[in-house]
Design a protein around this ligand. Structure first.
Ligand code: NAD
Length: 486
């Protein structure tokens, strides 16, 4: 059996406690690796190594050299594409076609894009009047924060980790990554790649383990960590915010969602169905941006629900390397229990189950995997738990509406505010509704179309701050004003 060890100060290490925990493949429920169980001692070693590297080789390296090395990381990820692909599939069970198109290329692209962006960043300069008439010159220099703690979820492990590691390193910080306990593989593989690309020891550190009372919490509480960038559940964000208060850390949070899609009856029907199928079932619904609330204008409602149900029913499960497979398992037994508890709750709350609602009948070994059926409900009240709470599975509730104003009010009636999709051919309405949605990301006639230069983040319980493009560079650095009397 393989072992995923911590990566601290340029070397793979066992946990200080000597303990491990199993890494289970969700395709068949079988453990395939052992993972070092990190705690406060491991985190302390990693943070000290990161501080030394920040003050030493990484901090003193010229920006051009630093960014060139990040491009080498991108090249190395690309060279080992198939290793990353296999590692991601073993951890998550996602279809290879999806990981080939999205997860692994984005893992490489993040390093290239932020290396380019970091090179182009400028700052303000002010000429200041002084009483003697000679004046003063004020300019700002952008400096790294220091050591950044990167705490990651399991749904897009490589993509979301590099989305944070790349800009943090490009800005001159060093990092300690705490991958999700469900998906330790690609963060470990990236450590090999970092070494190959000439990234000095201590710049990229990985400590595996759990969150509360484990490696995650130790990272948040460590006084040597200057910032925490976190993607995960809103509840976890609340705990991290509280635990990081005594050491006043910079925080960036990308949290949960209960995202609406609004389909007007003038929409391009096929495009809206295709887009909504993607937005509900991609990654088995385990994307923070997935739509779980679908509002369809009444004239289109029945036809739309039938089309959605037909497409949901035709999603194939099984061998992730088979290109015909369109949907994988959920991440874990625990998560499947959670999603199935919502399936039961929906029935109790009076839902009509249009399709799905249970566990599929699959051949071995997938019969032991953590699959659920793609599911569509109608008929729930907006107050139902299944309409209000994030489920994070391949499921949505579809409800009819009559007027634009009503659709906007329904979409905004949520504690969350991450993303929304609007489908219409009416240009004015598209802009009007996008402007009114209380979300960080509003898509019109598309979903999950990303330009990495654009701001990414959520409102309300869905997050704090924005990352992406220059917004990432702003978060991972701070400005020092220099005032020169002339
Ligand atoms: P999670 O919050 O359970 O765990 C995320 C990470 O936080 C893990 O590494 C975990 O070990 C760690 N953690 C847990 N408790 C902690 C604590 N008290 N202190 C420090 N670290 C702690 O989330 P998850 O189940 O891994 O991921 C799914 C969630 O992530 C969903 O809510 C989803 O919407 C959200 N998500 C959001 C975005 C976004 O960009 N907004 C993207 C992907 C996922």
């Amino acid at each position: 059996m393989r072992t995923f060890r911590h990566f601290i100060d340029g070397a793979f290490r066992d946990a200080a406690s000597g303990q491990t925990f199993p890494d289970v493949c969700p395709l068949d429920g079988k453990p395939f690796a052992e993972v070092a169980l990190g705690g406060a001692q491991d985190v302390d070693l990693a943070v000290r190594a990161a501080r030394r590297a920040h003050r030493g080789p990484w901090g003193s390296m010229g920006a051009a050299e630093r960014l060139d090395r990040l491009r080498l990381v991108a090249d190395a990820v690309q060279r080992r594409f198939d290793d990353f692909l296999d590692a991601e599939i073993a951890d998550t069970g996602k279809p290879a076609a999806e990981a080939r198109r999205i997860d692994i290329p984005r893992g490489a692209a993040n390093f290239r894009i932020f290396a380019d962006l970091a090179r182009g960043m400028g700052t303000d300069c002010f000429e200041t009047h002084t009483e003697d008439g000679a004046g003063a010159l004020n300019y700002a220099v952008r400096v790294p924060l220091g050591v950044v703690g990167v705490i990651c979820p399991w749904n897009l492990p490589l993509l979301l980790m590099t989305w944070k590691v790349a800009p943090a390193l490009a800005a001159g910080n060093t990092v300690v990554v705490k991958p999700s306990e469900e998906t330790p593989a690609t963060a470990t593989l990236l450590a090999e790649v970092m070494a190959e690309a000439g990234i000095p020891p201590g710049v990229y550190n990985v400590v595996h383990g759990f969150g509360p009372e484990g490696a995650g919490e130790a990272l948040v509480r460590h006084p040597g960590v200057n910032a925490i960038t976190f993607t995960g559940e809103s509840r976890t964000g609340q705990a991290i915010m509280a635990a990081s208060a005594p050491t006043v850390k910079h925080l960036s949070f990308e949290l949960g969602g209960k995202n609406p899609a609004i389909i007007f009856d003038d929409a391009d029907f096929d495009a809206a169905v295709n887009g909504t199928v993607r937005s509900v079932f991609s990654n088995a619904g385990q994307v923070c941006l997935c739509s779980e609330r679908v509002y369809v204008q009444r004239g289109l409602f029945d036809r739309f629900v039938s089309a959605l149900a037909e497409r949901a029913g035709s999603l194939r499960m099984g061998d992730p390397y088979d290109n015909a497979v369109g949907i994988g398992p959920l991440i874990s037994r625990t998560h499947r229990e959670k999603v199935l508890s919502y399936f039961a709750a929906a029935r109790q709350e009076g839902a009509t189950v249009v399709t799905g609602g249970g566990v599929p009948d699959l051949p071995a070994p997938y019969d032991a995997g953590y699959y659920v059926q793609p599911t569509i409900w109608t008929g729930l009240e907006e107050s139902a738990r299944c309409v209000r709470e994030e489920i994070f599975g391949p499921v949505c509730h579809v409800r009819p509406f009559d007027e634009e104003e009503e659709a906007v009010a329904l979409a905004n009636d949520s504690e969350y505010g991450l993303a929304g999709a609007v489908w219409t051919r009416d240009l004015s309405r598209a802009h009007r509704v996008a402007r009114q949605l209380e979300v960080g990301l509003a898509w019109v006639n598309c979903w999950y179309l990303r330009d990495l230069r654009t701001p990414f983040g959520g409102t309300k319980l869905s997050g704090v701050g924005r990352e992406g493009g220059q917004y990432s560079m702003q978060f991972y650095s701070e400005l020092r004003n220099v005032c020169v009397k002339l």
